[in-house]
Design a protein around this ligand. Sequence first.
Ligand code: NAI
Ligand code: MG
Length: 391
Amino acid sequence: MRTIVKLPGDGIGKIVLPEAIKLLNAVGFEAEYVHGDIGWEFWQKEGNALPQRTIDLLEKHKIALFGAITSKPKDAAARELDPALREEGYVYFSPIVGLRQHFNLDVCIRPCQSFEGNPLNFIRKTLTGYEEPHINTVIFRQNTEGLYSGVEWTNPPAEVREAFDTHPKMKKFANVPNEDLAISTRIVTRNACHRITKEAFEYADKFGYKSVTVCEKPNVLRETSGMMVEEARKVAKEYPHIDLWETNIDAQMMWLTKNPENYGVIVSENMFGDIVSDGFAGLVGGLGFACSANIGNEVAVFEPTHGSAPKYEKLDPPIVNPIAMFLSACMMLDHLGETGKANKIRNAIAEVIKEGKVRTYDMMKLRGGPDVFEKGACTTYEMTEAVIKKL
Ligand code: NAI
Ligand code: MG
């Protein structure tokens, strides 16, 4: 039997992950789940939100379902550390970013598909009324490099400053004191650009998408975006039946509010992929529907894109929408070659949404709180039950 590492993490991650496992059991996916420690509690108690024992578990079993974690800025994190550990030099880092880096989970896939009948779907005004285009866009986000590489400084060391000063464009910063200078770098490698664009085309080919859009900004970011576009053009030659489109991130954000149904697969650097995928997710229901996969050569981690939503973690019964977590579990099934079971779950979700009888608070456009049930919203558990019933 297959072993899956379950990483509930913090807040609502602890609520939605067990619901997904109920569903996986109900669809007949045979697996054993082992728990991995991750998240805020372990930062506070051990000074490490991603303990080595959790890395070892993933090393061994390769596949994880992840809920969500709580991250806080450096200073706030330091204040919440166990007093006994405070002088030991621990620095907080986000454990999900840590997992992506450690296992080189460089391919992030974020499908954004609208379900018929979802009240949160994007609609467009026409001359005579409204229309609701069907959106089916899958974003491939380079997950380990680019603007999120983590190579950055405030008050850069002298040798860094000197190196930067060799660039002619640094002249305009010549009189800025070091302590008033902050630098975040955007580093990309040809290898990673190749891999992410190749994966995007492979996916488009496998699932019948007609276009791959490389969404960058090569007119301004000539070097990094330039390399991504260059690799995309090379890869595109191997797929003559799939169109390569090139858009700039800013224009893309406008177009997705006008004609989102035109886009199939989109491929971007880390930060641009983060931005464009949130944009598309907003058109198909937002955080309650946004699923993702982080895939490396050996290890893969599947997670909803939402965070731990701390303001809802204590509500009992819980109100949050588990569908993003369910769809992430479906991506895991796809990855494991269990597409039949994944489609069965997706169809069941589609039916529940289309019927419109069982809806979480977000689908009813309510403000979250304990009173959403009297306004007709279902609990997290009721949503799971409704989906299981349709299987
Ligand atoms: P969030 O995604 O946790 O919540 C933002 C809002 O979105 C919530 O208040 C709620 O209104 C809504 N929402 C989120 N998930 C929902 C669901 N399943 N159903 C219905 N509504 C939902 O983002 P926020 O508030 O910015 O961050 C909270 C914490 O989560 C922070 O500590 C942040 O660092 C962390 N975070 C973790 C992520 C991860 O684990 N991958 C991703 C994003 C944030
Ligand atoms: Mg994000």
